[in-house]
Design a binder for this molecule. Structure first.
Ligand code: GTR
Length: 418
């Protein structure tokens, strides 16, 4: 079966044109170290903010689409929202909790269910925005919160045959500690990533269903991490209309595969004033040209999770020297907005030291905006936040997202969003 694009409504969206002259991955030149973020493909050195914004940044966005995440889908023509419930006395009366259904395409397209927690009396509040792993209901015991009907990973709490159940309510409340964040004066808006694209390969579901999934799939077809990032942008489409949220003070946050998503979402949408990829690793803020033998290699990630990236990225295989950028360039696209990479010592798979190298190599783009010291001279000691514009934090412990991690995000936001 070949899905008809017109019947699925794909013609309602336009995508950014990719220049025809981009070579196949194996035809690109080998570059052993991080490619110069300020040098264009034709070798021109960028020295001004204007040339960065008009030449190099758009070029990098095209390269990331074509060779890594797939095409960045355009904004849908219509985004509408319906409040499903609102509790103005949530969190011991300190906040308001509501869930909003966001519809952003033809009726058969997926919808986003955005769970929003806002501190009472603080409107308009700065807001952390991001996708979650297993459903909004897992983040709070509140019985009005919707239970996802989409496929969910079996690893989720009380998931039965890949379906979420009411028994899972509140079981992952520590990963997005809504009350703690609300009490620190910030709002939170989160949605189940599977609303947009369930995290499995090959099945025509979610936003993938709107693309040609069976035949003639372009090598740069929109991949799952890009769809998740696009979902974050749709959440923002609603949030900027919400009077309780300060549209100028949005921070995008995500953990691990959703940390990769947070960085990509921040790079491709400057409505995010702060970008926080947590333990994002390979495909996020971790370098593809990794020097850490314990870190996840590109070949491994594209084999284990082929749907996260487009086929062109898989084609690099072991030879990451042919990738015409490294992840420092994705961070650089965010300039001058603050980016905080947070990590854990025992999570070498996510390459904590490599992420600091990535921040350091992104600094020249930030310097174009007049920040003479956008990044610390060396990796900060464990447990100490380095709160430069290119911020960094590493704690003891493992791969997880905890209430203590959220204290670091709010500390960073206190500096950059106040
Ligand atoms: C791992 C994967 C990582 C990271 C992680 C996660 O299996 O290798 O890149 O994304 O999953 O999302 O928890």
């Amino acid at each position: 079966m070949r899905l008809s694009l017109a019947s699925l409504g794909i013609l309602a969206m336009t995508t950014v044109a990719i220049p025809a002259d981009l070579p196949a991955p194996d035809k690109l030149p080998s570059v052993a170290e991080f490619p110069d973020v300020l040098a264009t493909r034709d070798g021109t050195k960028i020295t001004t903010k204007k040339d960065w914004e008009e030449r190099r940044r758009p070029e990098l966005k095209e390269l990331f689409q074509h060779y890594m995440y797939g095409r960045f889908p355009a904004k849908p023509t219509k985004v509408t929202a319906k409040v499903l419930f609102e509790d103005t006395k949530a969190f011991d009366g300190k906040g308001t909790l509501r869930e909003v259904e966001i519809t952003f395409g033809p009726p058969e397209w997926p919808k986003i269910y955005l769970l929003i927690a806002v501190p009472n009396g603080k409107a308009p509040a700065a807001c952390f925005v991001g996708p979650n792993f297993h459903g909004n209901h897992a983040l709070t015991a509140h019985d009005k919160v919707r239970i996802p009907t989409e496929w969910v990973p079996a690893s989720g709490p009380n998931v039965v045959k890949n379906k979420a159940t009411a028994e899972g309510r509140g079981k992952q409340a520590d990963t997005w500690p809504l009350q703690q964040v609300v009490e620190s004066g910030y709002a939170v808006a989160t949605f189940y990533c599977g609303d947009i694209q369930p995290d499995r390969d090959g099945v025509p579901e979610g936003m993938r269903k709107t693309m040609p999934v069976y035949k003639n799939v372009p090598l740069d077809e929109t991949a799952t991490v890009m769809w998740w990032a696009w979902g974050c942008h749709r959440a923002v489409d609603f949030l900027v209309t919400d009077k309780s949220i300060d549209a100028k003070r949005l921070a995008v946050v995500g953990h691990s595969r959703l940390g990769k998503t947070a960085l990509l979402a921040g790079a491709f949408d400057d409505r995010f004033a702060v970008v926080i990829p947590h333990q994002s690793g390979c495909g996020g803020a971790g370098p593809s040209r990794s020097k850490n033998p314990k870190a996840e290699p590109v070949k491994r990630i594209t084999t284990s999770f082929p749907h996260w990236f487009c086929a062109n990225f898989t084609a690099f295989g072991d030879d990451t020297t042919k990738i015409p950028f490294d992840q420092h360039a994705l961070v650089a696209i965010c300039a001058p907005r603050p980016v905080l990479c947070t990590n854990a010592e025992e999570d070498q798979w996510a390459n904590p030291a490599g992420q600091f190298d990535v921040l350091t190599a992104a600094a020249p783009a930030y310097k174009l905006y007049g920040d003479t010291k956008p990044v610390a001279a060396k990796m900060p000691e464990t447990g100490k936040l380095s709160d430069e514009r290119l911020g960094y934090f590493i704690r003891t412990g493992k791969h997880s997202m905890t209430p203590d991690d959220w204290k670091v995000y709010t500390q960073f936001a206190d500096k950059w969003l106040k």
